[in-house]
Write a protein that binds this ligand. Sequence first.
Ligand SMILES: [Fe+2]
Length: 134
Amino acid sequence: MKDLEWSYVLSVGNDEIDEDHHKLVKLFNMLNHAVMEGEDLNYLAAVLEELINYTAWHFSHEERLMVKYGYQGLNEHRVEHQELIKAVRELQQKVSKAGNSISEDDLVFLERWLTEHILSTDMRLGSFLAEMMG
Ligand SMILES: [Fe+2]
């Protein structure tokens, strides 16, 4: 599939969060390339694990900023993060059962998984932080 492109469309207006998201986009593209180039299945599993671990770290980064600046939507946002991690861990288990092969559908799922949260929930947080942090 096509690479995810980083652009202002994905920017939430806060540099710290944008940097993390940019890195997530790069990791997604790395996985996409690995699939397209028919990389070793153990390698695919390793890239997926790296993407998930970075995402988990990034979520805790956002949650720290929400706590620091007293963001009202913290609980709701945190629940969404937990659901996203659960969903991607389920995908990881499915992939692992399939001997670590990652399908086009899996990549489509991951692309949506990544962008839908950025374009909705993180945009609201980004506007808030832009006001608080400048
Ligand atoms: Fe978020």
